[in-house]
Design a protein around this ligand. Structure first.
Ligand code: SF4
Length: 168
């Protein structure tokens, strides 16, 4: 007899977008967020959690990347984090931020060994990413700086062309 978990598909990585609102307007944004319709700026968080819950109950997901747009734009981001911490126990959680916004909620929520905040080092943000990192680390949050526009992180343009561009 098969153990139940053997029947579930294994998914190494999924992306959950909480909305397309962003503080930057990058040329060549892979999600075309600078051109997103107004009604897609902020996704309904309860609905997102409901849908994610179904996926997670029927599969084995290793890593969940939460992003936007800019995820810290979404006022209800803590609800999603709370859901993942209180109802799930295995998935790693990565919050991918562009580093431009200080979260408005109590960031001690993010001080958990399953959570990483990954700050993309877009050249246009100056030292904001480093300031955000220092702020989060002071609260015990694990943070990394993602070399988004350098080395392996350079974008590849769809349909050919050169590397990443992050101008506003
Ligand atoms: S920060 Fe990311 S989501 Fe926002 S416009 Fe730039 S590439 Fe797109």
């Amino acid at each position: 007899m098969f153990h139940n978990t053997l029947l579930k598909p294994q998914i190494p990585f999924i992306v959950v977008s909480v909305g397309r609102k962003c503080t930057l307007r990058c040329k060549n944004c892979g999600s075309m967020n600078p051109f997103a319709p107004k009604d897609t700026m902020t996704y309904n968080m309860q609905k997102t959690i409901r849908h994610l819950d179904i996926i997670l109950k029927h599969s084995l997901v290793e890593m969940i990347q939460i992003q936007g747009g800019e995820p810290f734009c979404h006022e209800q981001l803590p609800l999603l984090i709370q859901y993942l911490l209180e109802n799930r126990k295995d998935e790693k959680i990565m919050i991918a931020t562009n580093g431009t916004l200080m979260p408005k909620f109590d960031v001690s929520l993010l001080a958990h060994d399953r959570i990483e905040v990954r700050i993309s080092n877009y050249p246009v943000i100056g030292d904001k990413g480093e300031k955000l990192k220092a702020f989060l680390e002071a609260a015990g949050v694990y943070c990394t700086i993602y070399q988004f526009a350098k080395g392996k992180g350079v974008w590849t343009l769809r349909g050919g062309g050169g590397g990443g561009r992050t101008e506003r």
